[in-house]
Design a protein around this ligand. Structure first.
Ligand SMILES: CCCCCCCCCCCC(=O)SCCNC(=O)CCNC(=O)[C@H](O)C(C)(C)COP(=O)(O)OP(=O)(O)OC[C@H]1O[C@@H](n2cnc3c(N)ncnc32)[C@H](O)[C@@H]1OP(=O)(O)O
Length: 189
């Protein structure tokens, strides 16, 4: 079946300036925040994405679908799959720019059903930047790095000041994150 996919990126962009201290290819990235629904290891019902730096400005993430992620019986819920891509795309932006950025827009094409027990191999890549706008996209391969593509996603992340989080978020949790990230050079600018 053919699908009309809009031009991407939708505006003229510059190459994204990857931070000189961005993690090397092959580096396992670990949770950026232990209570993150997408990657945290303190969230029993979370998605627990595991990400690794790839070559050529990519980040590779794996998400294993459990019974807790069902929509239809035995199949992953589409909203949770979109959440997994939000996390994978956010990691692609965050670890390479090492600047805070939030999702402004996220669009997802669901191409194949994703059964419980399967693993999505998500490859996110930076597509360009225009001012504070960072364009990023990802493919999700079913059950292997070279498996069939089950989902595609494109997103706009917007670079924000740290005040975005201190103004709108939980100050105690931010303090906890700050303290723990002192031990994680990959999380510091
Ligand atoms: C090492 C660490 C690892 C870190 C790893 C991290 C992984 C975390 C992954 C999870 C990420 C999330 O879920 S983040 C949580 C979900 N997202 C949010 O809560 C964001 C809520 N939205 C907002 O706070 C705001 O709307 C912002 C910040 C996105 C934008 O507000 P702003 O700062 O006032 O800027 P604004 O001027 O409106 O927008 C800036 C530019 O972006 C454009 N723009 C903004 N939104 C859109 C949009 N939906 N569609 C098109 N374009 C848009 C504007 O037109 C403008 O273009 P121009 O005029 O410049 O051309």
């Amino acid at each position: 079946m053919s699908r009309n996919v809009p031009d991407w990126p939708p505006v003229d962009v510059e190459p994204v300036p990857v931070h000189p201290k961005a993690p090397q290819a092959g580096t396992k990235l670990g949770p950026h925040y232990s209570e993150c629904f997408g990657c945290g290891d303190e969230v029993p019902t979370g998605l627990r994405l595991q990400s690794t730096m790839g070559d050529e400005h990519t980040v590779h993430s794996q998400f294993t679908v459990t019974a807790a992620h069902q929509g239809a019986p035995g199949l992953a819920h589409g909203g949770l799959l979109a959440a997994a891509f939000d996390e994978a795309l956010g990691a692609t932006v965050g670890y390479q720019l090492r600047k805070p950025a939030v999702t402004g827009r996220l669009e997802t094409d669901f191409l194949r059903p994703v059964p419980v027990g399967s693993t999505l191999f998500i490859v996110g890549k930076l597509d360009g930047m225009a001012g504070r706008k960072v364009y990023v996209s990802a493919n999700g391969h079913l059950d292997a790095e070279d498996g069939p593509i089950a989902l595609r996603a494109r997103a706009l992340f917007v670079i924000v000041a740290v005040e975005h989080f201190t103004t709108h978020g939980d100050k105690d949790a931010i303090a906890k994150l700050s303290a723990s990230s002192q031990k994680r050079p990959d999380l510091n600018p």
